[in-house]
Design a protein around this ligand. Structure first.
Ligand SMILES: [Zn+2]
Length: 310
């Protein structure tokens, strides 16, 4: 009896090892570059679902594919100075610095300017590439007693309204906030960044300047007073905007303390992928990969990049 049981157990083991299982296509081992690339593509797809279609390899180079048909090179492989990145950032440059979600305790370190590098190819495709087009995409949003133009693209006007309403609500019980927020110094304005030939994000209708203060801009502020202002700045205002996908210019070494900018990709990258890359873990570690939408995007990105050269 014992012998027969042993034989049947052995048979089961042999048989089960003979069942041919379909071998899934093996993913190539990840590198820091591949992890970073895949994360950035996922972030762009999550942040701009109506605009970013995916990623594609063209002559072995990864391109971000826009729903408009535009293909934007992910990494131009140029070694750039910070000023050159400001003028001509690719998608990789744009997402290279992690925006701190924690409160800052002074002026950021030299050239730490998360969110200040922008891909103009990308922004022009999403928000419009002329003054007429960017203006046509704006709507009026109530801001306290003001009515300000903000883009409706990607429903940015709604998140702007939510952040503004939250802060004006807070100001009802803390009137000291009003000094910081009202009146606004402007939102939509087709213009260049002061002292440069580069388009300001106000040109796309995705930026808000709060109440003007002489210590708010790195170029002309007194460094000691500017630092004090950043330290003492009411963080409840910053949090309300960050929760609504805005970054704050007070978290730049080239600070612009009055400036808030709608940048869902910068906030999502900070929320999901702020930890150091570990290539022994799945590249998507940080997002909820069990969410069906995210899972499908992860599979799509892996498939599109299966021939990525190491
Ligand atoms: Zn501004």
């Amino acid at each position: 009896m014992k012998k027969r049981m042993l034989i049947s157990v052995t048979l089961v083991i042999i048989l089960s090892s003979c069942i041919v299982k379909p071998t899934p296509e093996k993913q190539k081992p990840e590198t820091e570059y591949s992890v970073s690339l895949k994360r950035d593509v996922l972030i762009m797809m999550l942040a701009y679902p109506e605009f970013v279609k995916g990623v594609e390899l063209i002559e072995s180079e990864p391109y971000l594919i826009m729903k408009s048909g535009l293909k934007i090179l992910y990494d131009d492989a140029l070694v750039k100075t910070p000023d050159q990145k400001l003028e001509n950032a690719d998608i990789q440059d744009m997402l290279s610095q992690i925006y701190p979600m924690s409160d800052v305790t002074g002026i950021m370190e030299k050239d730490v300017d998360p969110g200040r590098y922008r891909s103009y190819a990308f922004f022009s495709d999403v928000y419009g590439d002329t003054k007429e087009l960017t203006y046509a995409n704006t709507v009026k949003v109530t801001y306290g007693t003001q009515s300000l133009r903000f883009t409706k693209i990607n429903q940015a006007d709604l998140t702007f309204k939510a952040a503004a309403d939250r802060v004006f609500g807070l100001a009802k019980s803390d009137v000291s906030l009003l000094d910081y927020i009202s009146p606004s110094s402007g939102t939509y304005n087709y213009r260049v960044i002061s002292g440069t030939q580069i388009l300001s994000m106000h040109s796309y209708g995705i930026a808000l300047d709060m109440h003007y203060n002489a210590q708010d801009y790195w170029q002309w502020a007194d460094p000691i007073k500017a630092k004090e202002r950043i330290i003492n700045y009411p963080k409840s205002i910053v949090h309300a905007y960050e929760e609504n996908m805005f970054i704050w210019g007070g978290k730049w070494n080239h600070f612009d303390t009055v400036h808030y900018e709608y940048r869902p990709e910068i906030i999502l990258k900070a929320l999901y992928f702020s930890s150091q890359i570990n290539i022994t873990k799945p590249w998507s570690t940080g997002v909820d990969a069990s969410n069906p939408t995210i899972k499908a995007l992860i599979e799509q990105i892996d498939l599109s990049l299966k021939n990525l050269k190491p």
